[in-house]
Design a protein around this ligand. Sequence first.
Ligand code: CA
Length: 579
Amino acid sequence: MHHSELQLMIHGDRLGQLTPFVDFPGIRLDRAVTVESENYVFLYLNIDEETQPGTFVIEWQDGKGRTVGRTPYRLEARSPDFEITGYTNADVVCLITPDRFANGDSSNDAHPDMLEGPNRTIDFGRHGGDLMGIEQHLDYLDSMGFTAIWLNPVLENNQPQWSYHGYSTTDYYRVDPRFGSNEDYRQLVQSARDKGMKVIMDMIMNHCGSEHPWMKDLPTRDWVNNDNVFIPTTHRRTSLRDPYAAQSDVKGFADGWFVETMPDLNQRQPLLADYLIQNTLWWIEYLGIGGIRMDTYPYSDAAFMSRWSCAVMDAYPEFNMCGEEWSLNPSVLAYWQAGQSNANGYTSCLPGLLDFPLHDALITSLTEEESWHSDWVQLYEMLGNDYLYPDASAHIIFPDNHDMSRIHTQLGDDVNLTRLATYFFATMRGTPQFYYGTEILMSNTGDDSHGNIRSDLPGGWDGDAVDVRSGRGLSDESQAFQSEFRSLMNWRKTASAIHDGRLMHYVPEKGSYVYFRFNDDQKIMVILNKSQEPEVMDLTRFSEMIPAGAHVVNALTGERHTGGELTIPAWAAWVLVVE
Ligand code: CA
């Protein structure tokens, strides 16, 4: 491994009273750290580059030099047959909530060691979806043009309720048995890789679940913030870089807990920091994933997130990651991005962020009445803020996610508007992410509870009347949308100007927004018409991009347009190749 140091957290009855020994070629025990709970010992081992895989034994001796215990530990060989590379802008990501996607194995819906059983009749219960169900849908996702999947967390969440969403980790090294096993997860990543698809892992460093074994036997008193007392975070994220902020407010934001069932981890505790960083590296190596989406990014200790992101990118320079910073202000996102020059000197190695400001501007643009300062102008001006980012194209862009109403609902169940949003995200700078079911216009009209937003994918359960894969039971509108989505995303795979091209956009006029994506090989014109009237568009306005005599060809229909004018139908979402 790039990092030769291995930390082992070992838990056992009064282990701190014993002395550990390791005797294995190429392994050196540098430190054995005892802590406030005598039931833990942290070993720091140095693994020589030449060390061979194999099982070594940690021998425990009491004060009289007698061996009283032996702990075997297996050093695995690295996976030699693939490179660790991250998602790129050539990818289209499908965000999946595993419990709600497809139940591929109903025998794992309940598990004797897990507190919460299945209950599909309540929107916050476990519905039984699992890794097998995702694997069974890989062909479908591939056919729809998705080249990557981001799974909401699948690590063990042994909480008495609300465990389905996966954000309350109770074991950082174990897939929740109701989703499958670690080996199943590895198999899913392998199957995806065989189809040229990447898997993005959702990680949470900020908090664990209240049922995590740590909470019953804290290794150190400072393992969780606020002396293990629930004080909610203020959510006042700007305090971190605010030149006028009171230190108590900075602490109130970063050390406050998200909710009572999610104890806020103190990443300033060096043993915990090492544990979390190593856990990330282990999953990357074990699974061969193609990216990480980091939850609640600014809520963790900022210095730790810097160290974490640099450790990962150091070890895997071709990897990719994005952080969740739910602010509508680009300068707040930019603070965390690699390459940003911050006034307080803060630096990071985080490649990209989830682009909440762009999402918000799009929704505003599509839902506000047209006037001189609204309509597409919101979007146009938000993109103009991209100069604030070291690299705006490294962001993940999205019409919705698991924490907000579905895009179709945000846009008033108006299929014309949802089409415009889909074309926008498929062609804009960044890596687009769509929530599962968007392709069939899934909505949550009338109920914006999280459980309802994350509703079951039709066809994922035996006996479902509707099935996304066969199209059985889908409305005509959903089928038509699914078909167009498939065409658009599959075309996108071939569109190099979308993958790595530059962006030029024009001031929106008469309800239309026009932009170009272009590289040395390809020039693509995107026209999004929000108007309910057809529009005659004079192309000479775009002469910087469309030279005299050029013509444009619709990328999806092949329809060819010549001459200096284009007649754009109402609600047009056009992708044109300039030839
Ligand atoms: Ca299941």
